[in-house]
Design a protein around this ligand. Structure first.
Ligand code: GRF
Length: 201
């Protein structure tokens, strides 16, 4: 059974959607450990409630690489095969990323490369985009810039607010992430330049 390490900082709804997909046999994997850089993250409490290994490594004030070394130890101790960022609000050091080549996934609430970084839904509204969505991608050393695994479009409605748009994108995020994780765990893909090519997509 492939082992997932989840990194989060907040609400944890994507983590819960992954946990549900596993419980409902839509995703063949197990969650080896959930790590939060914020001790008060609701996602951490939810992981503990589900009886998962859940650890908090507070990051405040720590040098990035020193912190990431601690993170790597925690993930290695739980023998993770794949790391899933699920609302992890801290930039990973190059050192961390090089430790797990093509083994780190992220979900982002826009159709990348549009609207990388913070507040992607707000950015889409401000720009007047008619279609936005969500993206699961491999994490590289840039900001939301790694090879794209899967995307779902979401129309922007005239009456949308950041909240209403975020809610509809989030529903799609919850569906997309588990599918993308299943694809990567299956190994049934290849990366050609920036393109992730798979018969499963
Ligand atoms: C999601 O919108 C995700 O795309 C972004 O951060 C948010 C996390 O939400 N990276 P949650 O903590 O999974 O509910």
């Amino acid at each position: 059974m492939k082992r997932l390490g989840i990194l989060l900082s907040g609400r944890g709804s994507n983590f819960l959607a992954i946990a549900d997909a596993i419980a409902e046999h839509r995703l063949d994997a197990e969650i080896a450990v959930v790590i939060s850089n914020r001790p008060d993250a609701p996602g951490l409490a939810a992981a503990l409630e589900r009886g998962l290994h859940a650890i908090s490594f507070p990051s405040q004030g720590l040098d990035r690489e020193i912190y990431d070394r601690q993170l790597i130890e925690g993930l290695r101790a739980h023998h993770v095969d794949l790391i899933c960022l699920a609302g992890y609000m801290r930039i990973l050091s190059g050192y961390f990323i090089r430790e797990f080549p093509q083994r780190i996934l992220n979900i982002h609430p826009s159709l990348l490369p549009a609207f990388p970084g913070l507040d992607a839904q707000h950015q889409a509204l401000e720009h007047g985009a008619k279609i936005t969505g969500c993206t699961v991608h491999f994490v590289d050393e840039g900001l939301d810039s790694g090879p794209i695994i899967a995307q779902t479009p979401v129309p922007v409605l005239d009456q949308d607010t950041v909240e209403s748009l975020s809610t509809r994108i989030l529903q799609e995020e919850h569906r997309l992430y588990s599918k993308a994780i299943a694809l990567v765990l299956s190994g049934n893909y290849r990366i050609d330049g920036r393109r992730v090519i798979s018969s499963m997509l």
